[in-house]
Design a protein around this ligand. Structure first.
Ligand code: AMP
Ligand code: GLY
Length: 426
């Protein structure tokens, strides 16, 4: 099997690491990839927004399967585009078409979908710029903190949580005035949910079959103790201790299965990952959001714990036979610690040489997130630079391994959190 993996971050390096272990793999290409994925396959300089270029590459390199890491090409309809071209129509594609990706691409669609299929989520209403007064009246019925969400894709920045009605009214005006471009021309206002979050991942085959992957929890704030600005993710853990068998049964019965059946009922053929962003409200799981892809940095722990051959699962997803598959999970724990550039998520420097990546212990894997090669020297090239993911018998042990690994890696102004998993480690 020749596989083209799309994307360039830590998530894609982790997917490439797992795909490369499959005996079913012949050639792996990653577009555009990063210096980490270059060690596992061939990086290809493709722009993912250029569907024609992707199709040409697929057709001319005997690609059997395309796996899409990020949401943007899915929301823009890459799967549908390839299915419509004669030369790529038969290529297996892991990732939903435009209709399925709308679960992530429109928060209003996702909320309506959950309402239609009785999937537990926060109460909400959606408003556009002509309904400012109605939106403010609805806000007044809610108790702070107040949650405002831009309807469209905003690279993870479209959710605002405001402590007072005054601030929420002002934020609403700014959103309708174009704070997030057209993404905030409609705004979802919803009830604030109290609880602890986790990420659950399913792979769907478009025929009603699905498998669950190991669950994970990510840490979004820059500072220890979950303080400071939001980031793309500072680390992750898997398993999540409170997601015991009883809780996961509720997740499957009340959320995962109704979602799969809801997609079927609405005629949406969904072949790919669904990322359920959940919150545990006093023992009851509720959906905060859907994503149409894997999480980053959750993938950097989930892939360590997935024992099954991921290519076999992808083939079953493409062929509609996932209900016959079982997923084998590594009983060990995994913790990912993200090394970021000093200053991130605000302004930061780039181009600093990195050393020590090959010095980490045997229980750790280093995934590249924002690195580049300059004359054979590995340098920083993004806010999130490297993800150190480690195994341990317990989360504490895995965290200790990742701390040890991180301590070996050196670049100017490097920063990482030392408390990843701290809130769930007993
Ligand atoms: P999202 O982009 O939808 O993942 O939202 C970003 C973050 O905002 C989530 O990870 C939650 O921490 C928080 N959030 C979103 N919706 C709610 C809600 N209804 N209640 C509490 N927190 C929320
Ligand atoms: N870790 C959250 C996300 O990938 O959106």
């Amino acid at each position: 099997m020749n596989i083209l993996l799309l994307g360039s971050g830590g998530r894609e390096h982790a997917l490439a690491w797992k795909i490369a272990q499959s005996p079913l793999l012949h050639q792996l290409y990653i577009a555009p990839g990063n210096p980490g994925t270059a060690a596992l396959g061939t990086n290809v300089a493709l722009k993912l927004s250029d569907f024609e270029a992707v199709a040409t590459f697929v057709a001319t390199h005997a690609i059997d399967m395309v796996v899409c890491g990020p949401e943007q090409p899915l929301v823009e309809g890459l799967a549908d585009y390839l299915a419509q071209q004669e030369s790529t129509a038969n290529v297996r594609f892991i990732g939903p078409g435009k209709a399925g990706a709308t679960l992530e691409g429109s928060k209003d669609f996702a909320k309506g979908f959950m309402l239609r299929h009785h999937i537990p989520t926060a109460a909400y209403q959606t408003f556009d710029g002509t309904q400012v007064e109605a939106a403010k009246r609805y806000l007044k019925t809610l108790t702070p903190p107040l949650v405002l969400k831009a309807d469209g894709l905003c690279a993870g920045k479209g959710v605002l949580i405001l402590p007072t009605h005054e601030e929420a009214f002002q934020a609403l005006d700014e959103m309708f005035a174009g704070k997030f471009g057209t993404a905030s021309s409609r705004v979802v206002i919803e009830e604030f949910l109290q609880g602890i979050e986790l990420s659950v991942f399913a792979l769907l085959d478009g025929c009603g079959g699905y498998v669950l992957l190991p669950e994970a929890k990510d840490y979004k704030r820059i500072g220890e103790g979950d303080t400071g600005l939001n980031t793309g993710g500072m680390g992750s853990v898997s398993p999540v201790p409170f997601a015991d068998a009883d809780f996961m049964r509720k997740v499957e019965d009340k959320i995962v299965r109704p979602t799969v059946e809801g997609l079927q009922a609405e005629g949406i053929t969904y072949r790919g990952f669904v990322f359920f962003g959940l919150i545990n409200c006093a023992g009851e799981p509720k959906v905060i959001e859907y994503n149409c892809r894997m999480g980053d940095p959750e993938t950097e722990t989930v892939m360590l714990r997935l024992k099954s051959d991921i290519v076999e699962l992808f083939i079953a997803a493409a062929e509609g036979t996932l209900s016959e598959q079982t997923v084998e999970t590594d009983p060990r724990a995994a913790v990912c610690v993200m090394l970021v550039s000093g200053g991130y998520p605000e302004a930061y420097g780039k181009g600093y040489p990195i050393t020590g990546v090959d010095q980490v212990g045997k229980d750790s894997v280093v995934f590249h997130a924002g690195t580049a090669l300059t004359d054979d020297t590995l340098v920083t090239s993004g806010g999130r630079v490297l993800a150190v993911s480690s195994y341990g018998q317990t989360l504490q042990e895995a965290l200790a391994q990742s701390m040890d690994g991180a301590a070996h890696i050196v670049f100017k102004d490097a920063y990482y959190r030392r408390d990843i998993g701290g809130d769930v480690i007993a």
